[in-house]
Design a protein around this ligand. Structure first.
Ligand code: NAP
Length: 363
């Protein structure tokens, strides 16, 4: 990934993506207004790449922040790189453009910079963000992702998005798109979970070989939303090696985790709704990790995935699972789901994936 003077990477369609992006996902407990406040702070400190999604249900607030910053002259529309994602209930080709138009209306923008398939798993279309049957189980749908992709290509041709890409695709799913007869545009990126405990080195190598940018989410060790992440998951930013490297450079472990990705050619997202940490996360361009630092951080990889609560069908189709992972399925109890404040997710998350070594975990 060649960096240009504006700290961006050139995508395979000629557009530029800033290598550091601001994440906007927050759990349902966080007031939506926080996304508005934090996005304004992020723009003030220098973030120009904003990662959002229909599913986060805060695009109105993020859009309001962007428009305010444009109206008061802090930034121009062309300075901002805005990503939105196509949610799983809109994967049928006829729903793709209307879904993007829905996001644009919420945002109050004419176009987005990047539109990506959020998950390679289709759910029944309709008004429900997580459609469920009478027994409360998520209703999936069967959609050929190649047809979805053609609809994304049309959104690009219509000028509603500058670039198109995917998220949570494994290399086989990427190949399926790349080998599609009549492919007009390649995905510019694949956004996946990526951090020192899951460094995705094989997927990264594959993406680089196809001129697809790997975008890292949960690069700071994830949001730890209990709906998605087991509470006993390790705290990445407490890792002794990461802390030793941080101490050596007089930086924070978070800054090291972000800098690590940029130096290995990965575009990195950082979510914070805290002013101090938003500022801190932007300060990763004034220092450099040595080859020894990079090697030490590479050595932390353990194929550990924070986002463990996944659907059965997504597993069967193989997304999320990166090469080298050894996973088995484990049933999750309904009891815990009833206590879960995020009950609307519960059945969808009725399965979890766990490395074989964690077989004894109870949940
Ligand atoms: P993350 O960036 O790994 O970390 C966020 C957590 O770290 C928050 O709890 C934040 O708390 C804390 N934090 C932020 N900066 C810190 C620092 N310098 N030191 C210590 N703690 C710090 O979170 P993520 O939400 O998992 O991933 C980032 C973004 O990626 C999301 O917001 C979203 O845009 C995207 N994403 C995409 C997908 C997908 O399926 N495509 C999935 C997950 C996430 P405070 O807010 O309190 O600072």
């Amino acid at each position: 990934m060649a960096l240009n003077h504006s700290r961006s990477v050139k995508l395979n369609d000629g557009h530029f993506m800033p290598v550091l992006g601001f994440g906007t996902f927050a759990s349902d407990e966080v007031p939506k207004s926080k996304a508005w406040e934090a996005t304004k702070v992020a723009i003030d400190v220098g973030f120009r790449h904003i990662d959002a999604a229909f599913f986060y249900q805060n695009e109105e607030e993020v859009g309001k922040a962007l428009r305010e910053k444009m109206e008061n002259g802090t930034v121009k529309r062309a300075d901002i790189f805005y990503t939105t994602k196509l949610w799983s209930t809109f994967l049928r080709p006829e729903f793709v453009q209307p879904a993007l138009e829905k996001s644009l209306t919420k945002l109050g923008l004419d176009y987005v910079d990047l539109f990506i398939i959020h998950w390679p798993v289709a759910m029944k279309s309709g008004d429900e963000i997580l459609p469920k049957d009478a027994s409360g189980k998520i209703i999936f749908d069967t959609v050929d992702l190649r047809d979805t992709w053609e609809a994304l290509e049309k959104c690009k041709d219509a000028g509603l998005t500058k670039s198109i890409g995917v998220s949570n695709f494994n290399h086989k799913q990427l190949e399926m798109i790349l080998n599609k007869p009549g492919l007009k545009y390649k995905p510019v990126c694949n956004q996946v979970e990526c951090h020192p405990y899951l460094n995705q080195s094989k997927l990264l190598e594959f993406c680089k070989s196809k001129d697809i940018v790997l975008v890292a989410y949960s690069a700071l060790g994830s949001h730890r939303d209990p709906n998605w992440v087991e509470k006993d998951s390790p705290y990445l930013l407490e890792d002794p090696i990461l802390n030793a490297v941080a101490k050596k450079h007089k930086r924070s472990p978070g800054q090291i985790a972000l800098r690590y990705q940029v130096q290995r050619g990965v575009v990195v997202l950082a979510k914070s709704f805290n002013e101090k940490r938003i500022k801190e996360n932007f300060q990763i361009f004034e220092f450099e990790l040595t080859p020894e630092d990079m090697k030490a951080i590479d050595g932390l990889n353990r194929n550990f995935r924070y986002a463990k609560l996944l659907s059965r069908s997504s597993l069967l189709e193989g997304p999320w699972i990166s090469e080298g992972d050894r996973y088995i399925l484990v049933e999750r109890t309904c009891e815990k789901q009833q206590q879960n404040p995020y009950r609307h997710h519960s059945h969808w998350l009725g399965m979890r994936v766990t490395p074989a070594a964690e077989m004894t975990t109870t949940f």
